[in-house]
Design a protein around this ligand. Structure first.
Ligand code: GLY
Ligand code: MN
Ligand code: MN
Length: 462
């Protein structure tokens, strides 16, 4: 039996109850993908499929009826393929291992799907997340239509399965929260290792490159049992930190500069997502520290705004208010040109140095699924003109936070040289990112195994 089998059965039952009378759902796992000749990318299952099965083999598909019957299609046992590619569970063992009602070889999928779809009222499948699936569903439905003159009924309605599944995935249950806490703890240790390696090598007079710190992260992830990084690690030395999607590369890490690391492991299907920015040699300079403390203060404000009943946008608005004031105080923005802090917020003048949002949902996917609009208020629209682009934007009330939602809180400041920007701040890029589980009274920061206070970072690098 796979671990936590009853949990997946409960999720299937909850989903089945939302399919409506006569509904049937189809959820394939992810395809294997070629990297280059004879070499595939490391396989990663589909998150929706895993959420409902806990099954990580490629080549599988789940079919679920509104009555709660789950049929799994999976790779058949094949001794020769298993010698080359590894163990396969096979349909016979799948029934009891996964707790499904029936299992068949995936080779029979195209033959069996029309039979399963026949006489159903509606078919649900994920729209736009599984390339080619819509065309396959069309093919299966055409096979049903070919039998209508024999009295068969063909589903007349197609629905996006992501709609109910995204809502389910948005609230993390106790098991998911536990895995995410463990993933976060591993990632926190990895960040500490990378910080300490940077200071240690520089003190020893050795050349340090971004890839040395990336190697520390990977080592710590795998050493603790994580399967892989949850996303491409960002290890950005010096000015590279101002490139938001920079990837760990081969630039030198120099004493006197900052290093921004945005990296998190994936553990048993769940992502963690941490950013720390630290002085390469363990000692902040004055201007670095001033900007660092500002970003940290803005994160504190965002954390305080993260609680059940608040809106998803509240932490962002709290961050922006603190950053805008700090940009004026530190002279990044000129009061004579941009006006008061409220003017900076209204005109989005802060965007020059802070051009991303303060967080996103986190779960099996690093940018996890789930609507950012409150579903009960989608009709309450208002319009505003964006002061920077001039575009008219339709606003909808942002999501009300509820216990069990997990989001990142990740303010930053990125200073590219520009006229009027004090030189002392040029090329400094800082982001501080923690992962938060929303609770009734506030939020639980699950990534604080790695410190954020500047003094504490300096202490652990000494
Ligand atoms: N690491 C991706 C992000 O922070 O959104
Ligand atoms: Mn993030
Ligand atoms: Mn991140």
């Amino acid at each position: 039996m796979i671990p936590h089998q009853p949990l997946y059965a409960q999720r299937r039952a909850r989903l089945a109850a939302q399919l409506g009378e006569g509904g049937i759902a189809i959820i394939p796992t992810a395809p294997e993908r070629q990297r280059n000749r004879d070499s595939d990318f490391l396989y990663r299952h589909d998150s929706y499929f895993y959420y409902l099965t806990g099954f990580t083999e490629p080549g599988a598909c789940l079919v679920l009826t509104a009555e709660g019957a789950a049929t799994l299609f999976c790779q058949p046992k094949d001794l020769e393929r298993e010698i080359w590619d590894g163990y396969r569970l096979g349909p016979e063992a799948a029934v009891s291992a996964l707790g499904v009602q029936a299992a068949h070889s995936s080779v029979t999928l195209d033959a069996q799907l029309p039979r399963l779809l026949e006489n159903r009222a509606s078919v649900w499948y994920p729209f736009a997340t599984h390339a080619g699936l819509a065309a396959r569903v069309d093919g299966w439905l055409n096979a049903v239509r070919a039998r209508v003159r024999y009295g068969a009924l063909c589903p007349a309605v197609q629905n996006d399965l992501c709609t109910p599944l995204d809502e389910m995935r948005l609230i993390k249950d106790a098991h998911e929260q536990d895995v995410m806490r463990r993933a976060s703890a591993i990632s926190a240790q990895a960040h500490i290792r990378a910080m300490q390696r940077s200071a240690r090598m520089l003190r020893a007079g050795q050349d340090v490159y971004e890839y040395h710190l990336d190697a520390e992260l990977l080592h710590a992830f795998r050493e603790a049992g994580s399967q892989y990084p949850a996303y491409g690690s960002i290890v950005a030395a010096g000015a590279n930190a101002c490139v938001l999607h920079y990837r760990a590369d081969a630039a030198p890490v120099r004493a006197g500069e900052l290093v921004l690391i945005d990296a998190g492991c994936e553990l048993d299907g769940y992502a963690s997502d941490i950013t720390r920015t630290f002085p390469a040699n363990g000692q902040f300079t004055g201007p670095q520290r001033a900007l660092y403390d500002l970003v940290l203060a803005s994160q504190d404000a965002a954390v305080a705004a993260t609680k059940a009943g608040a809106r998803f946008n509240d932490p962002h608005d709290a961050t922006v208010a603190v950053l805008a004031q700090g940009m004026l105080d530190l002279g990044l923005l000129d009061r004579n040109k941009v006006g008061t802090v409220q003017d900076v917020i209204d005109s989005r003048a802060y965007f020059q140095f802070y051009m991303h949002r303060t967080g996103h949902w986190l779960g099996m996917d690093v940018h996890d699924c789930g609507s950012y609009v409150e579903p009960t208020e989608v009709g309450q629209t208002s319009e505003r003109r964006d002061p920077l682009s001039g575009e008219t934007i339709t606003n909808r009330p942002s999501r009300i936070l509820r216990p069990g939602m997990v989001l990142t809180i990740e303010p930053g400041i990125y200073v590219r040289p520009a006229p009027g920007v004090p030189e002392a701040f040029h090329h400094i890029g800082i982001r501080i990112e923690d992962d938060a589980i929303v609770t009734d009274t506030g939020c639980e920061l699950i990534t604080r195994g790695v410190p954020v206070q500047a003094d504490e970072i300096e202490a652990l690098m000494r």
